[in-house]
Design a protein around this ligand. Sequence first.
Ligand SMILES: *Cc1c(COP(=O)(O)O)cnc(C)c1O
Length: 418
Amino acid sequence: MQLSDNRYHLSNGVDPLALVEKYGTPLYVYDTAHIERQYKRLAGAFNVPRLHINYACKANTNINILKQLKNLGAGLDAVSIQEVELGIMAGFAPQSITFTPNSVSLDEIKLALNFGVRINIDNISILEQFGMEHPEVMVGIRINPHIMAGGNTKISTGHIDSKFGISIHQLPHVFKVIETTGIKIDGLHMHTGSDILDANAFLLAADILMNTASNFKYLEYIDFGSGFKVPYKDDDIETDIEEVGERISERFNQFCKEYGRELTLVFEPGKFLVSQAGYFFVKATVVKPTPSTVFIGVDSGLNHLIRPMMYGSYHRIENISYPQGKPRFYTVVGNICETDTFGSNRKIASVEEGDVLCMFNAGAYGFSMASNYNSRFRPAEVMVHEGKDYLIRKRETMQDILRNQVEVKFEEAVSAGE
Ligand SMILES: *Cc1c(COP(=O)(O)O)cnc(C)c1O
């Protein structure tokens, strides 16, 4: 979103305040031009014969976002059978979907098999059980290379006590399972966690994966996961995609030559593709000066955007009603009966009750993590595409809150003697 002449504009000059007027707040807005830019940037950074970019759809599962990414040429990374089904409904070819779950039952894996999607198994027990029943189905395996990377322990998945993947130290056991079941491994995968700041850490993990790969005979692809960092603040470091792309491509092409076959290089970014495309608009309901700080209460809370409370993520907040106002320090909080601080001591253009605030980087893990806590409705979602706005999810109503509640007609208390 650009600021010019004291007004914010989305792509093609779309006025966010007009969207707020039309659809109300709280409101998620996604600008597809940014998704396209990020996709093309990523696709352009690698110089390999076969590249697949699978969108990790848990970041944002609105079916219209899925379709946009499909039209750009992306595949899909799904972590639940429901995401697999959404992907099929959005029109992805089954073989362009990879099912990468953690801690799911053999039954759920078999459902994925019925959909015809690629399967990526993350533990030896299921690999063995699946291999016994379906030695003819090639599967990928998720390796944990134990590289510490990531901005936060809750989203770091490569470390030694992480629940994700098969430890690189347990490969001898994997080879035993392959031998006894006859199952063939067609892909190796790693996903070391979100927010990789350092290209070197990423390359080190990639190197470990490629060294491991030479032990497998039937590989079709190597999937390096994601964790590309996007900037949240103006001076934030961003993963240098171009550098990572160049260095990985070189190493990967070299590996394929040694391996004797052209493999597909796979990445599965979520945040990188959709985070910055999303904006979350809320209204200031209360301005509350206290002896320590000035709180701005807004018409939303951790029920709609939980990232700041869950893992301390930073979302830039601006007053888009009056960007020209004198900047002051505020603590922006939600309306949930739980401490839900969106941002502390933020410098924001002077806010009055009724002003519209925007939280940036709201396209990934925003709506997809939203809940009905405090019995509040989840927000509407709007997509801005080529200068037009489309409602892509209706705001909820009381019916949504009650939808699956079953009201039991208990007998009125019968008084004794009747
Ligand atoms: C969540 C997830 C991703 C995407 O991570 P981002 O940080 O959003 O890019 C990729 N792969 C797997 C297996 C995931 O679980």
